[in-house]
Design a protein around this ligand. Structure first.
Ligand SMILES: [Zn+2]
Length: 98
């Protein structure tokens, strides 16, 4: 099983644990990628640091939103994308106003 990260970014401690999140947050910062790391990846796509409501950040992809419409501070919700049978990755899309 993976660790959530190698070390704590604040004190380099290694006693890290997984925490549950409700999956809602905001875009903290973002960038759009126009040159794919491998030819099978469709571009452009948006990589974003998401600030979760619980107070921590995670690096993810922003989906369901063209790069030109992506904004810092936009509310987002998580969804999970299957990579293979055992692995699903969290990505975020703009939250639907309710
Ligand atoms: Zn620490």
């Amino acid at each position: 099983v993976f660790n959530p990260a190698l070390v704590c970014p604040f004190c380099t401690g290694t006693a890290l644990t997984w925490r549950v999140s409700g999956g809602r947050g905001r875009v903290h910062t973002l960038t759009s990628i126009h040159r794919a790391p491998t030819p099978d990846v469709e571009t452009p796509y948006v990589v974003a640091v998401i600030e979760l409501e619980e107070g921590w950040h995670m690096l993810s992809n922003l989906v369901g939103c063209p790069p030109e419409d992506a904004r810092i501070d936009m509310p987002v919700t998580v969804e999970f994308v299957p990579v293979d049978e055992d692995v699903w990755l969290p990505v975020f899309r703009p939250a639907v106003a309710s």
